[in-house]
Design a protein around this ligand. Structure first.
Ligand SMILES: C[S@@+](CC[C@H](N)C(=O)[O-])C[C@H]1O[C@@H](n2cnc3c(N)ncnc32)[C@H](O)[C@@H]1O
Length: 427
């Protein structure tokens, strides 16, 4: 496989790709990676590669001529190869493991064109580019990071680059699944043991356990991938049924409604709290590990009209509290700051029932909480979570909440350190 990268930063790209596994494979002659300075192909004395956009607007656009001349030079040395010219672009198809496989199988020469500034003259794309690939739905300042990612992902599939084919065929995304959890020495770390099955030397049990874990964690971490799975192997299908059964999760067959909770809801809310308490305890999160939050606290929440119940049909499936009362614990924040000068609401006490975890209800709960905050006149929604409560932090980040710093929340002698998050609400 030969890869030519056209860039304004050939030294940076070269320094990265000539290191480590890919670099070693290049030294052995399994790969050829060349980085080309687009600036060397300008026809003007100043070696200017960009100019103002026609029609006005911000920034500059890379001119077609240096790009085309650079590409012609690259192609003149690649005769007889199955070449593909790829423009790295936020407007391209998102890059996946499937794309990496296709590029490795169908071509033995990739030319990766890195744009910069506001992008490149459209006529170069029309004239010279075979396809556009994006690293994801976000905008980078240049195509270099994307090109390095594509080069790395494709090159590691080339025979001889990794020690064994199994190095990548067992990995995440190869067959639509995520990889199983990995462990190395020591056997016990910080009180956490390596799963017993991995220690007893029974290879078929290890393989069975790993495959099941792949299914479980794909279901839990990437429900979008899980829904697309089309497993044909009867063993896999059996495992799949087991995983589904064990998860015992409900399907959201009915719309979710949100209304103020009533005093009659409190016993069910306490059931949900008890399960959340156990889960947090298992994860060694020192939150909700004592009496708090008690039925008495929820009674006060209901009476103030601040507690909301999410119902799936008639069943209470999740709850949350949103208030516009200022939170005294948030007055002092360290290692960061809240958004100033905007009225805020606070999200407290929220949880999703066991059977509804992994169904997307937690995301819906945040949407309802935000809607409630907006109705109360809040322009931002603030929330704190225990510093070890990684799933909650992940949920917040995935839903547009930003980490703002650390606050202290007294919970009857339990660890008071909390991470503070905030989301600016759209009007
Ligand atoms: C600031 S971007 C230009 C974005 C362009 N104005 C637009 O809105 O589509 C500059 C260059 O970075 C590269 N780039 C930015 N985001 C990318 C992404 N998500 N994937 C691949 N390349 C990207 C492209 O090569 C692009 O020409």
């Amino acid at each position: 496989m030969r890869i030519d990268i056209m860039t304004l930063f050939p030294d940076t790209v070269g320094a990265v790709l000539h290191e480590s596994i890919i670099g070693r494979a290049a030294k052995k002659g399994i790969l050829e990676i060349n980085c080309h300075q687009i600036r060397d192909y300008t026809l003007n004395k100043q070696k200017q590669v960009d100019d103002y956009p026609y029609g006005g607007g911000f920034g500059c656009v890379m001119m077609a001529q240096p790009l085309k001349s650079c590409l012609e030079h690259v192609m003149s040395t690649a005769q007889g190869r199955r070449s593909r010219v790829i423009y790295m672009s936020p407007q391209g198809q998102p890059f996946t493991q499937e794309t990496a496989k296709r590029l490795k199988n169908d071509y033995d020469h990739l030319v990766l064109v890195c744009g910069h500034y506001e992008g490149v003259d459209e006529r170069f794309i029309e004239e010279c580019v075979d396809e556009e690939i994006s690293l994801g739905d976000f905008v980078l300042t240049g195509g270099e990071i994307a090109a390095m990612a594509v080069a790395d992902a494709v090159c590691r599939l080339v025979p001889g680059v990794l020690a064994d084919e199994q190095c990548y065929t067992g990995e995440s995304h190869w067959d639509g699944l995520l990889e199983y959890p990995q462990y190395t020495r020591p056997e016990v770390w910080e009180g956490r043991r390596v799963p017993e099955v991995l220690l007893n030397g029974d290879h078929s049990k290890v393989a069975h356990w790993r495959r099941k874990k792949q299914l479980e964690r794909t279901r839990a971490k990437r429900p979008d991938l899980f829904r697309k799975l089309a497993l044909t192997d009867p063993e896999d299908q059996k495992l799949l049924r087991e995983v589904e059964k064990e998860a015992g999760r409900k399907q959201l067959t009915e719309p979710i409604s949100c209304e103020k909770a009533t005093l009659e809801d409190i016993p069910r809310i306490m059931e949900i709290v008890d399960y959340a308490r156990q889960t947090l305890g298992r994860r060694r999160v020192d939150q909700w590990q004592g009496e708090y939050p008690s039925p008495e606290i929820f009674r006060q929440d209901v009476e103030r009209g601040e507690l909301y119940a999410l119902r799936h049909g008639a069943e209470l499936a999740a709850f949350f509290l949103v208030t516009d009362r200022p939170e005294p614990c948030y007055e002092e924040i360290t290692d960061g700051k809240w958004t100033p000068d905007l009225p805020y609401c606070v999200l407290h006490r929220c949880a999703v029932a066991k059977e509804y975890r992994g169904t997307g209800l937690a995301e819906q709960m945040l949407r309802f909480a935000e809607e409630t905050a907006r109705t109360l006149g809040g322009r931002t929604l603030r929330v704190d979570t225990h510093r070890k409560n990684k799933p909650m932090q992940q949920l917040l980040r995935n839903n547009g909440y930003r980490y703002r710093g650390n606050v202290l929340v007294d919970e009857n002698g339990h660890d008071p350190a909390r991470q503070a998050f905030e989301k600016i609400l759209k009007k």
